[in-house]
Design a protein around this ligand. Structure first.
Ligand code: SAM
Length: 259
């Protein structure tokens, strides 16, 4: 049985395997993913079950590229803080040159154990970072999430007046509905005017009818949702494989301007 934290190994394997594709077919480059993929032996049975789902690898590849693009877009618009909610083995703080160039601060939020094993793998491999990465241990199921998470971020140097881009990739399915709704509300407040939330989710993730409705109820002025089939057409071309309808991505935004 995979723990929610162990599910991050499957993401790392998909991202590591991207390097095996011809350069022209890669959707992203993640030179650090193999470090984590190599440490997931204890969870291998569950990880392999995930990886063998027909849509799984393509879904992770597409959403990774989508989030990368949304992040580049947010940085180009002037955002200088990036918060990775449920960061797992996301290595954007290390691998994305745009984050370094713009001197953006990165905040990685996850359980204490997950952050510890991530740092252990990076230290063991001698990886150093040109980016300021703050590791923020936090449990999204905390009853006081809406006040405690902003406080934890602030304690690590986050400025909720400076504008931020929050990434919430592959996490919603693992936390309670109250935590999903609380997170939407707290991010709408903390990301500031012009701030954004980029997120991925499956069917029925929100009590509201759609992610767009849930984002509006939480205080975002705009939210654009896309299917993985849309992303396939954009990034890969041709007919999307069956099964991609299982998940969606969206960018919600504070400020009136449409995305
Ligand atoms: C499927 S992984 C996704 C990781 C990363 N966002 C990515 O796309 O590679 C889910 C992550 O959410 C974290 N997570 C799940 N439930 C959590 C909770 N209640 N509090 C904090 N983190 C949690 C897990 O530890 C894990 O790292």
């Amino acid at each position: 049985m995979l723990t929610p934290a162990d599910t991050a190994f499957a993401m790392a394997i998909v991202r590591a395997d991207e390097a095996l594709r011809p350069a022209g077919e890669r959707l992203f480059e993640d030179p650090y993913a193999a470090l984590f993929a190599a440490r997931g032996g204890h969870a291998d049975e569950g990880t392999q079950r995930f990886l063998s789902l027909p849509f799984f690898r393509d879904a992770i590849r597409l959403r990774t590229r989508y989030v990368d693009d949304a992040l580049r877009d947010g940085l180009a618009a002037g955002l200088t803080q990036v918060v990775l909610l449920g960061a797992g083995f996301d290595t954007r703080g290390l691998r994305m040159g745009e984050i370094v160039e713009r001197r953006a601060a990165v905040f990685e939020v996850d359980t204490p154990d997950q952050l510890a094993r991530k740092r252990e793998a990076l230290v063991a491999a001698g990886v150093t970072s040109a980016t300021a990465i703050a590791y923020v241990p936090f449990d999204f199921d905390a009853p006081d999430l809406e006040t405690a998470l902003p406080a934890a971020l602030a304690a690590h140097g986050f400025d909720d007046h400076a504008g931020a881009l929050f990434v919430w990739e592959g996490v919603i399915g693992y936390i309670a509905l109250a935590a999903v709704e609380g997170t939407l509300r707290l991010v709408a407040r903390a990301c500031g005017s012009g701030g954004r939330l980029v997120f991925t989710y499956g069917e029925g993730a929100f009590a509201a009818s759609t992610a767009v409705a849930a984002a509006a109820a939480a205080g975002f002025e705009a939210c654009d949702e896309e299917s993985l089939e849309d992303l396939w057409r954009r990034y890969v071309a041709g007919a999307a494989p069956p099964g991609l309808a299982i998940a969606k991505v969206a960018t919600a935004r504070r400020g009136a301007e449409k995305i």
